[in-house]
Design a protein around this ligand. Structure first.
Ligand SMILES: [Fe+2]
Length: 245
């Protein structure tokens, strides 16, 4: 009953890739992080992305020295493995790769060397831990800009330390930091609080990118149907280029 009340008046979207077209946050490169384990799992993910209507996919494997010590080389070689296969089965998909950088001193050294993987020009996707704000996060984000990149904060709705702190999100946006929410958040995969924060950011016009952050084929299938409030849907249309700002 509560669920149906909550969904009352919401716009139901099927196959959201038909609107969004581009997914700029996904873990489908085979064998290099906590996403697709092998080429077959990666192809399964690409099949599901295609079913949802996506036409362009940017893989963003983690670069997190303590857990996923990826480099440009590990990412590119995994990308070449899947691209050869993908060209056979999904020639209509445009594929690319960047990374999801954890903000730490390893990231700092990559930034200093100006050696970051980017998407859509100079965008750099960065993440923090979920439970405590990264010390010096403002300085990291500023330094990224100083080096000529455009920082994009991955899934701000998943950081519990921002749930009661909209001011901080607004502050970062004022400084030009772009925000990327997860489609999976809107499905409720991470719980109702994260879902409602994602919806709230959309409604406030604080979202620049909507990515899936899919790690498995099941994740993508969860995104098959999305429900949005009317206000969030207006923002959705703007983000997907269907109306202009
Ligand atoms: Fe991710």
């Amino acid at each position: 009953m509560l669920q149906s009340l909550r969904e009352f008046g919401r716009k139901k979207l099927q196959n959201p890739g038909n609107d969004l077209r581009l997914d700029m946050h996904g873990h489908w490169l085979p064998g290099i992080d906590d996403g697709a384990a092998d080429v077959s799992a990666a192809l399964g993910m690409l099949a599901s992305f295609s079913e949802l209507g996506y036409i362009e996919l940017i893989a963003t494997p983690h670069i997190y020295r303590d857990y996923y010590p990826n480099t440009e080389q590990t990412i590119h070689s995994s990308f070449e493995r899947i691209r050869t296969e993908a060209d056979k089965f999904f020639p209509h998909l445009t594929l690319g790769c960047a990374a999801e950088y954890y903000l730490d001193d390893h990231f700092e050294s990559l930034l200093r060397a100006k050696s970051l993987l980017t998407f859509q020009g100079n965008h750099v996707l960065v993440e923090q831990g979920y439970f405590a704000e990264t010390p010096g996060v403002d300085k990291y984000l500023f330094d990224i800009q100083i080096k000529g990149y455009a920082p994009v904060l991955a899934h701000p709705e998943r950081y519990v330390f921002y749930h009661q702190n909209n001011k901080k999100i607004a502050f970062m946006r004022e400084l030009g930091i772009k925000m990327q929410i997860n489609l999976l958040s809107l499905t409720g995969k991470y719980g109702p609080v994260v879902a409602s924060k994602a919806m709230e950011y959309l409604e406030k016009g604080w979202v620049d990118f909507i990515g899936t952050d899919a790690h498995t084929q099941e994740d993508i299938q969860l995104c098959r149907e999305i429900r949005l409030t009317t206000k969030a849907y207006d923002a959705w249309l703007k983000i997907s280029g269907k109306t202009t700002f």
